[in-house]
Design a protein around this ligand. Sequence first.
Ligand SMILES: C[S@@+](CC[C@H](N)C(=O)[O-])C[C@H]1O[C@@H](n2cnc3c(N)ncnc32)[C@H](O)[C@@H]1O
Length: 217
Amino acid sequence: MQLPATRRAPDRAAALAQYRRRAAFYDQELVLFEPIRTEAIESLDLRPGDTVLDVGCGTGLSFEPLHSLVGDEGRIVGIEQCPEMMAQARDRVREGHWDNVELVCAPAATARVAGLADAALFHFTHDVLRESASIGNMLAHLKRGARVVASGLQWAPPWVWPANAFVLLAAMYSVTSLEGLGHPWDKLARRLTDVQVHSALMGSVYIARGVYQPDLH
Ligand SMILES: C[S@@+](CC[C@H](N)C(=O)[O-])C[C@H]1O[C@@H](n2cnc3c(N)ncnc32)[C@H](O)[C@@H]1O
């Protein structure tokens, strides 16, 4: 088995296997990061009626807060490549009685979504953010001026070594390549304007936001 530290790029098959194993207990593992989710979703500036993409939606932990902002007249599209994670997302949608959540079980690089969205969330999706094809395909489904937010693990400054020990352990378990962990948002940011990035949890987590401009490559 190849370790994330030795891979130079994400490996979709390895990511699929990783989340197939984690799906049953994923929600419990994410508890520490829930305040980051709240902040990331607030940064999307969603309005009632908006359409939002939840890229790498996992088990759908973001659906309830997203739904509370876009309302019944809005639309949430969850994109996720792992069928076991998606099965839990589907159960969550059924239990929430949300008619306006669509689920697309496909890799971000090839997923197809009808229409153009007002916003996109990439919450703890390092592998997706390190693949230009995934970023390109997801952004192609956004309106000009759409709000985009990415959040997740990053290397803290080197002197905060306990935080970096934590990042290393968490990343070995949740991503397939450590490439770009010092600046996970940079490929995405090249396609956005008004980019703002800030850190939390002793520098071990980032939240980046910006505005999509189709003319930037
Ligand atoms: C750490 S989880 C985050 C899940 C969710 N965003 C959340 O906030 O809980 C990363 C998710 O990205 C999915 N994923 C990884 N690579 C992907 C890809 N290329 N296309 C779509 N989903 C992907 C994984 O299957 C996993 O569900």
